[in-house]
Design a binder for this molecule. Structure first.
Ligand code: SF4
Length: 273
């Protein structure tokens, strides 16, 4: 089977956060429990995913707030040693935690040995209290970052979408098959090959990974992949992933989701609950 060229894998490394964003794409305020994931298990799962894919441009370390994970430096270091490492490792942070010296040293070392790295620094205005400190520290350490502004008139993407993770039971957002198909067709995730990895399971989009974390049964098997499933061969697992890249029909979950679309309604980013 031909090698897959995946745009990115978002690796959820913690469900602990120092913010409680109402529209959090990982539904942090609505999860039953919060914890840092075991670093060795995270890295093993990611390595399995990378080996199945063949080629992945970006691995994004996400949460929760990934800078709160006590082993984030070890996780970055480990990923950079993979034979099949991504072209770039990125950390997405909320601008309220200053990265420690150990992490910055690790990043400098992996960059010096040829691994591309980028900080995504979300700036939510007054609650991103450490934005200036972070920018100064990264500048001094010569570590690249991209600031993504989510306040004022020029906010990125005009704000956040609402996946309605606050609903106790998800309601259907589109009624007819045609409407659901349209949501899927217009959804960024349907064409971008941006997958999300949480707790050993790989999902094709943000809605499906978070629904699973909330205990919702929105996805059929084959619409996600349990990387630890020993009953499937490597080629069977690859076939599932290959189907995602060529898929034309909507996922079961799309009926409950408004999608991440150009014309999806946008709301204030990082509003706290
Ligand atoms: S479930 Fe939502 S985010 Fe996922 S592909 Fe369907 S419309 Fe897009």
């Amino acid at each position: 089977m031909e090698k897959l060229n995946v745009n990115y894998i978002a690796l959820l490394i913690t469900s602990i956060c120092n913010m409680r964003c109402k529209l959090c794409s990982f539904a942090v305020p609505y999860l039953q429990s919060h914890f840092h994931y075991d670093k060795d298990i995270i890295c093993e799962d990611l390595q399995t995913a990378l080996n199945l894919c063949g080629s992945v441009k970006h691995v994004d370390l996400m949460g929760g707030e990934p800078l709160l994970h006590p082993a984030i430096s070890d996780i970055v270091k480990k990923i950079a040693t993979f034979d099949n490492k991504p072209a770039q490792i990125r950390i997405l942070t909320n601008g309220a935690v200053v990265p420690d010296d150990t992490l910055l040293k690790t990043i400098s070392i992996i960059m010096a040995s040829g691994t591309d790295f980028l900080f995504y620094l979300d700036n939510y205005g007054s609650i991103s209290t450490k934005t200036d400190d972070i920018k100064n520290k990264l500048t001094v350490a010569q570590i690249p970052y991209r600031e993504v502004v989510y306040y004022g008139d020029e906010q990125f993407s005009n704000g956040w979408v609402d996946y309605r993770f606050d609903e106790a039971i998800p309601t259907q957002k589109s009624q007819t098959n045609q409407e659901i198909q349209q949501v899927y067709d217009e959804c960024f995730f349907s064409t971008a090959d941006m997958w999300e990895l949480n707790n050993g399971k790989l999902f094709p989009c943000a809605y499906t990974v978070t629904s699973d974390a909330l205990g919702r049964k929105c996805s059929e098997y084959g619409e996600y992949l349990d990387l630890r499933d020993s009953t499937l061969s490597i080629s069977e697992k690859r076939k599932i992933l290959h189907n995602w890249t060529t898929r034309k029909e909507y996922y079961s979950a799309c009926r409950y989701c408004g999608g991440l679309r150009r014309n999806s309604p946008r709301y204030i980013a990082a509003e706290q609950v």
